[in-house]
Design a protein around this ligand. Sequence first.
Ligand code: NAD
Length: 398
Amino acid sequence: MKTIGIGIAGAQLGARMHLANYANLPKGEVDVRGVCSKNLTSAEGFAKKAGIGFATDNFDDLLARPDIDVIDICVPPALHHEFAIRAANAGKHIIMEKPLTGYFGSPGDAEPIGEHVAMSVMRKGARQNAEAIREAVQRNGVKFCYAENWVYSPPIVKMRKLIAASKGSVLEIRAEENHSGSNSKASQEWKSTGGGALLRMGVHSVGACLHLKQWEGQIRRGMPILPVAVLADTTNLIRSQASELARDAGAHRWISSNPGDVENWANLIIHFEDGSRGNVTVSDSGLGGLNTRVVAFMTDGVIKANMTANDAVETYAPDVGVFGDEYFTEKLETHAGWNRPSCDEDWFRGFAQEIADFVQALRNGTEPLAGIDLAISCVDVIYAGYQSAQEGRRIDLL
Ligand SMILES: NC(=O)c1ccc[n+]([C@@H]2O[C@H](COP(=O)([O-])OP(=O)(O)OC[C@H]3O[C@@H](n4cnc5c(N)ncnc54)[C@H](O)[C@@H]3O)[C@@H](O)[C@H]2O)c1
């Protein structure tokens, strides 16, 4: 079977995470043959470090290469739909980082758009962008792989098996993610990211809720259990009065979250057609390192999945420098005191498994576990959430 040629668009954290997991695949399955970044020096640096033979600052150069079969999209979300459509039109398969897309403004919008454009308008725009990707993928007959790593993470895989083994129903899925703030400057503005913590981080939690209820429906009654309505609240905690008081007292420096016109906290409730609920809470002003958890409350049991900070390894250090530069876990503020370093973060969080599944799907002509339907549903639910938070009411899904 031929080696699959990959071209990566983007050369920062998202791209590095994918690259590391291509490297772990059996020899000959894939070959990363090109990388593209906005900045040529950065693309060249990324290529040199990884031994990639081709670097460019022009996305068309990646598309023009006949030895590249798949475009792996790791650029900021505002470029996702445009890059996906161009890749599909060039006959390339697509691996897409989250979120699929969103609303990023149109020429008539007042700035900053997150504070001035009605969420009902944004919701329509996000839906159009998402559907345009689906249309381009279908018209060109290319594969679409949605890099939602949570559905691939071993704790969620085990959760699926346990739900299947039980005869009960999942009444509530509680999913949460928090950390002290994104590293990406693009994350601060609606026009580059399409939203704040709810879209950027909540897309994982929403993806897990939708995926698990879909799974439960398939195994219980042969069809997915779908979301029907959304209720949400969003805010910018870092601009709250509570936050200002802490700043005045000098007790603020650990939080790196710096949102512009986007929210940095959200709570979203998904109503499913069987009456059950998904309950999503996200914050990027939460200390303690990356925290990602999903709990399924069932009629006959409880399943807790923890993709970060589990106690397979625990450390104590009286001083921050004791363990030198050894990696612990993403966004942890200190290595002093008691800690729980991840022994294999990519594995626990599902990055290794998602890349392996995508490559198998591309090689065998099968469908990946996470595809375009999940990607679009996440955008629908989240933008209905934005509309709900702005209008102060429950929003029915289309
Ligand atoms: N699954 C996860 O947990 C996870 C983690 C990190 C990032 N991500 C996703 O990965 C994607 C990238 O995130 P990041 O943190 O690396 O972002 P970033 O903003 O740090 O980097 C974006 C990259 O895209 C490049 N780029 C921007 N405009 C371009 C253009 N016009 N042409 C070519 N390249 C261009 C930049 O040069 C840069 O290399 C985002 O969609 C993000 O949501 C996912």
